[in-house]
Design a protein around this ligand. Sequence first.
Ligand SMILES: Nc1ncnc2c1ncn2[C@@H]1O[C@H](COP(=O)(O)OP(=O)(O)OP(=O)(O)O)[C@@H](O)[C@H]1O
Ligand SMILES: [Mg+2]
Length: 276
Amino acid sequence: MLTEVTATRYVTPLREGGSLPGLVEADDLGLYVMKFAGAGQGRKTLVAEVVCGRLARRLGLRVPGLVSVALDPVIGLGEPDEEVQQLLKSSGGLNLGMEYLSGAIGYDPLAYTVTSEEAGRVVWFDALVNNVDRSWRNPNLLVWHGELWLIDHGASMIWHHNWPTAPTAAGRSYDAGDHVLAPFAPDIAAAAADLAPLVTEELLAEITADVPDVWLSGEPGFDSPDAVRRAYAGTLLPRAATIHEHIVQAPSAAPAPARRGPGWRTGDTTHQGATA
Ligand SMILES: Nc1ncnc2c1ncn2[C@@H]1O[C@H](COP(=O)(O)OP(=O)(O)OP(=O)(O)O)[C@@H](O)[C@H]1O
Ligand SMILES: [Mg+2]
């Protein structure tokens, strides 16, 4: 289960973010980026954040820690912004909190280089959960303390919006042509060899157990939250085994440029205009 904290103060909305995520302080004195249960995208966004965020972590990718945040809408009463007030009012109960990476900056492939190994791991993971939300237009990657962090998995696993089609999802291809890390020659084969064996029935059972019941109950076609959990696991397990064969990479993806290692591009003359 996710650790549960209680929201004590709505601090500020985040400048970006279609779902109007906000910064919230909790009773453990932590600051969290909160994704609201009452946001237009609905609770499946929160389920996707938990399943993908927990899975990515277990595969060794960097994702901010997740908690569930109990919210009493009363903390929104003093909010001057009506849209925020409405969001808080409709989000009483459990919401999703993500550790706030203070000082993190949005990822820019022109300023920060990744190895083909790391690019391969991120692309393979995104293919597994069918995350179409990591393009150069909207990278949903942060750089924090000099390292790459993955955020925003709310739009992944599109099959959970139409469960009867989920059994065919295992074989569905993933177009990585638009992926923000495509220019770094992602080594998909190495990522698949390392990561696919880690995606076991046991691991998926553990991860899906972290999703609060309240976000799973009442799902049409399922008689219990556990049945929905099994559906997530049952879709990801076969997909993990074969997805590397179905990743379509951009034909124009440039080969990984020679570099000393991952990180900020400083004085690297192989990249035109690349000064960090
Ligand atoms: N854990 C975090 N630490 C620091 N900043 C964050 C964190 N999570 C999100 N942000 C910031 O908030 C912005 C919006 O977050 P996020 O992308 O998760 O929201 P969203 O509503 O799903 O966005 P969209 O749908 O527009 O991509 C991010 O682009 C980033 O700048
Ligand atoms: Mg985003």
